[in-house]
Design a protein around this ligand. Structure first.
Ligand code: CA
Length: 465
């Protein structure tokens, strides 16, 4: 079998519960569903550090944050070090990176391993974005999601057809501040999007971390988030509950409109592969750098190890090897992606990568010794949204989280010690993580077992901080 082309489409902050192939109750994503229907849907794909910049570095290096040097939003990725694009390029792939890079710029932080790159500076803009190429900066008229797809298509059309390609097409959307395009401006105008059941969470039976986090849709959003200038202020005379719903609608509708534009643009890429006759030879992946709270627990944003934030959407189509309409619950991680691509490319996987190739999982043969637990760590103590640093472990049934209460000198953290605290969730009985059972005597053995496994994984990951 010849080596597949790899089209890796990644958005920013797109939670899987806003994709119809994952059973969304709030929107439809017909083009993303094309990928899932013709390929595999990963039900348990997780990031190892739920924040934009670190997840991108995890993906490119196949390593945890403490080893690749990108623990926080402010850490650039050192382009002199190995990354999967360099390996694929050296192994005969033509490589490109278009869209949101978010791993620093200039010096050693520009993208490396790519024959072509054209990226947004930092977070980039939704409208008329500036983009940076090796030759310099230029501004482009239009909407970022369309423009990133345009440049991706231009590169595909001009590619060297003697080589397989590796294209990373990375969207800014649907990252805050959620600016829809004109085409979708009135989507959902005459309807209310359903609220999550736990929107009015009171954070009882959980850590102080959850109670103190400043990421509530009703309470911590600013006028820019709520599009007061764009769509006007709330009607007068609303009750508190009505105002909360009004704010949720403002938030979720703009978010979902941004997602709709991504879906349209993914459709353009899929159509191109069909027209070009390479759909069967191309592995198409759609994912997001992490999940997001869509009003779940009353929140927006990510960072926490809770499900909505930890979980990444991951759908993949490669007709030559992956069965149509397939699905897996195997625990999969963003540090697995690089090894998966190298495996399919027939290239050596470096010993120091810390994930595992997903190839057998994608092909329906989960190895007997596949992982039964995963290690997570968020480093940015109390900065933005007041979420404390924590590490933890998730198995198929349980999640154990330790908020260790210290900044440990991590860049961008706030040096304010907190009382350490633990949480344990039984995901079978409590999938929405509403009640920590850490202190419940019935779970004493589980706590003991998971704590031992947590520190085994931490050591295995070579995290000694
Ligand atoms: Ca993100």
């Amino acid at each position: 079998m010849s080596r597949p082309n790899i089209l890796f489409i990644m958005s920013d902050d797109h939670a899987s519960h806003a994709m119809s192939c994952y059973g969304s109750r709030i929107n439809q994503t017909p083009n993303l569903d094309r990928i899932a229907n013709d390929g595999m849907i990963l039900q348990n794909c997780f990031c190892v550090n739920s924040i934009c910049t670190p997840s991108r570095a995890n993906i490119l290096t196949g390593k945890h944050s403490h080893l690749n040097g990108v623990k926080t939003l402010g850490d650039p990725l050192d382009g002199r070090k190995p990354n999967v694009a360099k390996m694929l390029q050296a192994g005969g792939y033509q490589t490109a990176m278009v869209g949101k890079w978010h791993l620093g710029h200039g010096g050693n932080a520009d993208p490396t391993g790519f024959d072509y790159w054209n990226v947004l500076p930092g977070q980039g803009s939704y409208y008329d974005p500036v983009m940076i190429e090796e030759s310099g900066r230029s501004q482009h008229d239009g909407y970022a999601t369309d423009i990133i797809t345009d440049f991706s298509l231009d590169w595909l059309k001009d590619r060297d057809r003697d080589k397989p390609f590796f294209l990373m097409s990375h969207h800014k959307a649907p990252h805050r501040p959620w600016d829809s395009d004109e085409k979708h401006l009135h989507m959902f105008a005459d309807e209310d999007v359903p609220m999550p059941d736990n929107f009015f969470d009171d954070y009882a039976n959980r850590s102080n971390a959850a109670k103190e986090a400043k990421m509530r849709v009703f309470g911590h959003m600013n006028n820019r988030d709520l599009k007061i200038d764009k769509f006007g202020p709330p009607p007068e005379g609303l009750s508190e509950k009505e105002l909360a719903n009004w704010q949720y609608q403002r938030y979720i509708k703009e978010y979902l409109r941004c997602v709709a534009s991504i879906d349209d643009n993914v459709g353009r890429l899929l159509d191109y592969l069909d027209e070009d006759g390479v759909a069967d030879d191309t592995m198409v992946i759609y994912t997001s750098d992490q999940g997001f709270f869509l009003g779940d627990h009353g929140w927006y944003d990510k960072r926490f190890m809770y499900e909505e934030s930890l979980r990444m959407p991951f759908i993949v189509r490669y007709p030559r090897a992956i069965g149509a309409g397939s699905s897996t619950h195997a625990l999969s991680l963003n540090i697995d992606f690089a090894e998966t691509w190298l495996d399919y490319a027939g290239l050596d996987i470096p010993e120091d990568m810390q994930g595992r190739s997903l190839r057998p999982v994608l092909e329906g043969n989960v190895p007997d010794d596949w992982r039964e637990s995963m290690y997570y760590r968020y480093w940015m103590h109390l900065s933005h949204h007041y979420v404390p640093a924590h590490y933890g472990i998730r198995t198929h049934r349980y999640k154990l989280i330790y908020y260790y209460g210290e900044a440990l000198g991590t860049s961008g953290s706030i040096d304010e010690p907190k009382e350490p605290e633990w949480e344990l969730f039984d995901l079978e009985k409590d999938p929405n993580e509403m009640c920590s059972v850490y202190d419940d005597p019935e779970y004493a053995d589980v706590v003991k077992e998971l704590t031992a496994e947590l520190y085994r994984l931490k050591e295995e990951a070579m995290d000694d901080e």
